[in-house]
Design a protein around this ligand. Structure first.
Ligand SMILES: C[S@@+](CC[C@H](N)C(=O)[O-])C[C@H]1O[C@@H](n2cnc3c(N)ncnc32)[C@H](O)[C@@H]1O
Length: 186
C-alpha cells in the first residue's frame, strides 16, 4: 500500500513536533484494512491519538464512507489540538482526556485500536468491555523483545494472556512489525 497523503502529513506533523511514537506503516495498513471492514453505521475507537497517524490510516481505510463514527482519545492537549487543527474528516472527533477515565462512557465499538498505556497496560478490561459483538480489538507493540525492563515484559505477557484466555474473545498473534494481536468478541 502506498502512503496516503494524509498519512504522510501526519508523519510530518509528528516529526515537526518531535513526537516519536506514531504507528509504523505496517500497523497503519492493517488499521486501514480493518477500518474498511467495519459494518455499515459502525463505530471505531482509537486510544492515544498521538500526531494523528492512526486516524489518517483509518480515514484512508474508510475512503468516502461517512456512515462510520470515529472517536480518538488523547490526554495531551497540545497533540489533540494539533490534530484537530490539521482538519478532521466528517464524523471524526478527538477527545482530550484520560482514556481509562473516559472509556466507561464512550459506548461500544466495532473496531478498537488500543494504542495508549491506558486501556491496554492498565484498564484493559474497560477496553474489552467497550468491544461490540463481532468487534475487533487491535493492539500493537506486543513483541516482548522490544522491552528491556522485566516489568514491561511481564505487562505485555499479561496483556497477551488476558486476550488469549478471555472466554468471549477469539484471539490471534501476528508476529510481524512491532508485534500485533487481534482479538474479536464472539
Ligand atoms: C503510541 S502513541 C499513539 C500513536 C497513534 N495512535 C498513531 O497511530 O500514530 C500513544 C499516545 O497515547 C497518549 N496517552 C498516554 N497516556 C494516555 C492516557 N492515559 N489517555 C489518553 N492518551 C494517552 C500519548 O500522549 C501518546 O500520544
Amino acid at each position: 500500500m502506498t502512503e496516503p497523503s494524509a498519512v504522510a502529513a501526519a508523519y510530518l506533523r509528528a516529526k515537526t513536533a518531535g513526537f516519536g511514537y506514531s504507528s509504523e506503516p505496517l500497523a497503519g495498513q492493517l488499521l486501514a484494512t480493518l477500518s474498511a471492514a467495519v459494518r455499515p453505521g459502525g463505530r471505531i475507537l482509537e486510544l492515544g491519538t498521538g500526531a494523528g497517524a492512526g486516524l489518517a490510516w483509518i480515514s484512508h481505510g474508510l475512503g468516502d464512507r461517512r456512515d462510520v463514527q470515529v472517536v480518538s482519545v488523547e490526554c495531551d492537549e497540545d497533540l489533540a489540538a494539533a490534530v484537530r487543527d490539521a482538519g478532521l474528516p466528517d464524523r471524526f472527533e478527538v477527545l482530550t482526556g484520560d482514556a481509562e477515565a473516559l472509556l466507561p462512557d464512550l459506548g461500544t465499538f466495532d473496531l478498537i485500536f488500543a494504542d495508549a498505556p491506558a486501556g491496554k497496560w492498565t484498564g484493559l478490561d474497560l477496553t474489552i468491555a467497550a468491544l461490540a459483538d463481532g468487534g475487533v480489538l487491535f493492539v500493537d507493540d506486543m513483541d516482548p523483545g522490544r522491552y528491556t525492563e522485566p516489568e514491561h515484559v511481564a505487562i505485555v505477557a499479561g496483556i497477551r494472556r488476558t486476550l488469549v484466555e478471555h472466554d468471549d474473545l477469539v484471539t490471534t498473534d501476528l508476529p510481524v512489525g512491532s508485534g500485533f494481536i487481534l482479538a474479536v468478541r464472539r
